[in-house]
Design a protein around this ligand. Structure first.
Ligand SMILES: C[S@@+](CC[C@H](N)C(=O)[O-])C[C@H]1O[C@@H](n2cnc3c(N)ncnc32)[C@H](O)[C@@H]1O
Length: 248
């Protein structure tokens, strides 16, 4: 898939189409991380900034923010926000040859989720390349465990209401539409788009290949209404989540 074309097509309706991690982060873990690493002397990268949902947190926390995205239309939307310390650049962050300045902090939220393994690895490597010595990257990616658990939750909910798994409408379980090797590699179809999901063990294995060291692996947790419409009140913790990696 051509990522530039794909995200340019979404830019105009981004708020309706794309899940808002910042608004849905039920424990405010992202805000805690911005507070932990924010420094008015430092420069931050927003890798794959989209329409700039992270700007209200990054802009006041850092001297300068460099917002990079492959989509010129997303960047045009992002520029509408009134922050005076944000610089914009259009770039393909999966390009191995890209030149990036080194910064103290890289934030990258739900960008490294392409169906192409090599491109994902190149993005992890570019994050490492752009970190100053002593710098930190906070990377958020979709969780395979969360996807599997949500599917189990749905099947269990149906069962409790008298519908056995075999009778569940298959459109409800449409995430796994690909080839068996795609499924086993965590490629889940979300709104028709194959989206890479990661398991904890996979992240632990992959990050060193990009030269990154995992300092902490946390969950960005969301309420169940981000997965299902009208979830029952008994459906509480554990909640669905994305993985958040603190890396050096
Ligand atoms: C799901 S959005 C997330 C945007 C933002 N990080 C957020 O959390 O709101 C994914 C973004 O990654 C960008 N993207 C995808 N592939 C990219 C690439 N190869 N290089 C740079 N940006 C990319 C898309 O254009 C899109 O804006």
């Amino acid at each position: 898939m051509n990522q530039r074309k794909h995200w340019n097509a979404i830019a105009g309706c981004y708020n309706d189409e794309i899940f808002d991690v910042f608004a849905s982060d039920r424990n405010g873990i992202l805000k805690k991380y911005f507070r932990k690493f924010g420094n008015r002397q430092h420069i931050a990268f927003d890798f794959g900034c989209g329409i700039g949902k992270a700007f209200p947190y990054l802009s006041p926390a850092f001297r300068k923010v460099m917002a990079v995205d492959i989509s010129d239309r997303c960047l045009a939307e992002a520029k509408i926000q009134a922050f005076n310390n944000i610089m914009f650049q259009r770039a393909d962050l999966s390009d191995n040859t890209i030149e990036l300045p080194r910064v103290h902090f890289v934030f990258c939220c739900n960008v490294i989720m392409l169906p192409d393994t090599e491109k994902n690895l190149a993005m992890f490597r570019n994050i490492k390349k752009s970190l100053k010595k002593g710098g930190t990257a906070v990377i958020v990616v979709p969780s395979m465990e969360s996807y599997m658990f949500s599917a189990w939750r749905l099947i269990d909910w149906y069962r409790q209401e008298g519908t056995p798994p075999g009778e569940i409408d298959r459109t409800e379980l449409s995430g796994f539409t690909g080839d068996i090797t795609d499924i086993l590699q965590g490629l889940v179809t979300i709104n028709g788009v194959p989206t890479k999901h990661y398991s904890e063990a996979e992240l632990i294995t992959l990050l060193p290949r990009a030269g990154l060291t995992l300092k902490a692996l946390k969950k960005v947790e969301y309420n169940w209404d981000t997965e299902f419409s009208n979830p029952p009140v008994w459906m509480q913790a554990p909640y669905p989540w994305d993985w958040l990696m603190e890396c050096i």
